[in-house]
Design a binder for this molecule. Structure first.
Ligand code: F6R
Length: 606
């Protein structure tokens, strides 16, 4: 994530930048910084921690100037300290940049730049951008930014100023950027709420767009310099709606953010050329003989998918425990154990204590974590961040799919390192994993949403629900039931489909909707046999099917189609349908999905 802002016009920039950043803190709050130009020089002020740390200092000693850029950080590369905070300036202080995203090839670029005499101050990937622009600069800032961007691979929303130019140059690929159009002034930000206090006229920049702003207006081009037309739109949202990006709830906004969250989880980690996965972790895959995955709630279900993936692909024995049980069951741990804790917040007390228990037994520890700098990350040997960005809705959505994707990466990495998957199989899975953001985007197409909404509304009065799935998608069923319970308060049970006949089958009657994950898999025929068992007893069958599967549709009362996906990555795609089914059921019942009763986002009590 990270939030960025820019301003050029008659006002004092400091006020505009701080106001904008305060609306973007939801995108990260590891540090904040501004760079303000007064025509003679650009002054950078940045501080680790929340924006209040910076704004307090600036209130006491304001920076004068009417052009500036600002940043609030969600750290990815480099610790959340003052030095790694944005903006980043060249050594002579002439060029200053802020960046949101990840530059995948920053290490090789950095080596090249250092070889050509550049000195780096921070550990960030972003700083290479300032140096690349400096190297390309010959009096034309726009041209220098264009040349610099032609060398980078990855995601960026970037905003650049130069002391000799009364203009701001910005560009985006993957990371969002919106421009605010004022009277004799121009604004930039990662998101609409940052600008609403100043203008409602916005231009949404597209992937590959570049823009030059000055006091009189703006010019949009593509990265090759060809002029583009982008419409000015008038935003009608009120401030609260704007913070939710125009969505009714944070949960729905976060459901829609999944393609971006998944891109962030995967970016820089998959290498098509070599078929390798680069996780930047210091574990020796040969040093452990078993893996314990430990987590709570939704994170636990992501762990169950992880268990399946790692055992399948890396052939290491894995067990998965809910943290509150693990802590007290005197687990067998040794130096050959790798304990993986999974947590969005990194603060859940049961998981934290379970981590301590595993460490006590001598296990090596790895975290699959969203929140940078959280308590768990300080005690773990290593952390695989999922980079899903802040999750505000109490019911976890984007963190779940990002955690599952992180397990895909981990299983691939372990499988390749241990030689349990061939280069060919690895390449196929790598390709399937890379497709995930696009598949999830497709799963969020309007016609699909409407279909899920119809199904949800048809059954929203049900007293109970049953969810079934098999293999790598049995956790999808568990997660589907949990989402429904949490936000609609409808009782829901979930079972591995083959286990249904050993008890839950007694529940089935014509009042019971049964959601079955029946997307393409090796076990599909067996799953359909379980569906027949439900049908024979009068249950209402809602099938989650892969696009084009009309044959199995005949066994269903209702069908929810999802994009076709490789079986191993399908839990990510299928989870989206589960989230939306729960969401529209809850809204049909008039429930407050962002604040479900009795729940808290971060559970720090035992
Ligand atoms: C469910 C949900 C919870 C959390 C659980 C663990 O939607 O959000 O079940 O998954 O409380 O939280 P973290 O991942 O922060 O450890």
């Amino acid at each position: 994530m990270c939030g960025i802002v820019g301003y050029i016009g008659p006002k004092q920039a400091q006020e505009v930048l701080i106001s904008g950043l305060s609306k973007l803190e939801y995108r990260g709050y590891d540090s904040a910084g501004v760079a303000i130009g007064d025509g003679a020089c650009i002054t950078v002020k940045k501080k680790a921690g929340k924006l209040a740390n910076l704004s307090g200092e600036l209130a006491a000693q304001p920076l004068a100037g009417t052009m500036g850029i600002g940043h609030t950080r969600w750290a990815t590369h480099g610790l959340p300290n003052d030095t790694n905070s944005h903006p980043h300036a060249t050594e002579d202080g002439q060029i200053v940049i802020v960046h949101n995203g990840i530059i995948e090839n920053y290490l090789s670029l950095k080596e090249g730049l250092m070889g050509r005499g550049h000195t780096f101050k921070s550990e960030t990937d972003s700083e290479v951008l300032a140096h690349l622009i400096e190297e390309a600069y010959q009096g034309d800032l726009e041209g220098a930014v264009r040349t610099a961007l032609s060398q980078v691979r990855g995601a960026y929303g970037i905003v650049v100023t130069h002391v000799n130019h009364r203009e701001i140059v910005a560009a985006r690929t993957v990371s969002p950027l919106v421009m605010g159009v004022g009277e004799g002034e121009m604004f930039l930000a990662s998101d609409v709420p940052a600008l609403l206090a100043y203008t409602r006229k916005m231009v949404f920049l597209h992937d590959g767009d570049m823009v030059v702003l000055n006091d009189d207006g703006y010019r949009v081009t593509d990265l090759a310099g060809t002029a583009l037309q982008r419409p000015v739109e008038t935003i009608e949202w009120d401030a609260e709606a704007a913070e939710k990006g125009g969505f009714d709830t944070y949960m729905l906004k976060e459901v829609y953010e999944q393609p971006q969250a998944l891109t962030n989880t995967l970016i820089g980690r998959l290498h098509d050329e070599t078929g390798e996965v680069n996780l930047d972790i210091n574990l020796d895959p040969a040093s452990f003989k078993r893996i314990s995955i430990i987590a709570c709630g939704t994170a636990f279900y992501a762990g169950l998918v992880g268990e399946y993936l790692i055992e399948q692909l890396a052939r290491i024995p894995v067990e998965c425990d809910v943290a509150s049980e693990y802590r007290y069951r005197d687990p067998l741990v040794s130096e050959n154990t790798l304990a993986i804790v999974v947590s969005q917040s990194g603060e859940t007390i049961d998981t934290l204590e379970a981590l301590r228990e595993a460490k006590k037994g001598g296990a090596k520890t790895l975290g699959v974590i969203n929140a940078k700098g959280s308590s768990m990350t300080r005690e773990l040997d290593d952390t695989l961040y999922i980079h899903a960005g802040p999750e505000i809705g109490v019911a976890s959505t984007k963190a779940y799919t990002s955690m599952v994707s992180a397990f895909l990466l981990l299983a691939l990495w372990l499988g390749r390192a241990r030689g349990t998957i061939s280069g060919e199989e690895g390449a196929e899975l790598l390709h399937a994993t890379r497709e995930l953001p696009r598949l999830v985007e497709e799963a969020l197409a309007e016609a699909r949403i409407e279909q899920i909404k119809r199904v949800a509304e048809k059954y929203h009065q049900a007293r109970d629900y049953l969810f079934l799935g098999r293999g790598v998608n049995s956790p999808t069923a568990y997660e589907g039931a949990l989402k429904l319970k949490e936000i609609s308060y409808i009782h829901a049970e979930a079972y591995a489909a083959g286990e249904m006949k050993h008890g839950p089958i007694a529940l089935i009657d014509s009042n019971l909707p049964v959601v079955v994950v029946a997307t393409e898999s090796r076990l599909l025929e067996k799953t359909i046999s379980n569906v027949q068992e439900v049908r024979a007893r009068g249950g209402k069958v809602i099938l989650i099917l892969s696009d084009g599967d009309t044959e199995n549709a005949q066994h269903a009362d209702d069908v929810i189609y999802v994009p076709r996906a490789h079986e191993m990555v399908s839990p990510v795609v299928n989870a989206v349908a589960m989230q939306l089914l729960a969401y529209f059921t809850a809204t049909a019942l008039g429930k407050d999905v962002d604040k479900p009763r009795n729940l808290a986002k971060s559970v720090t009590v035992e």
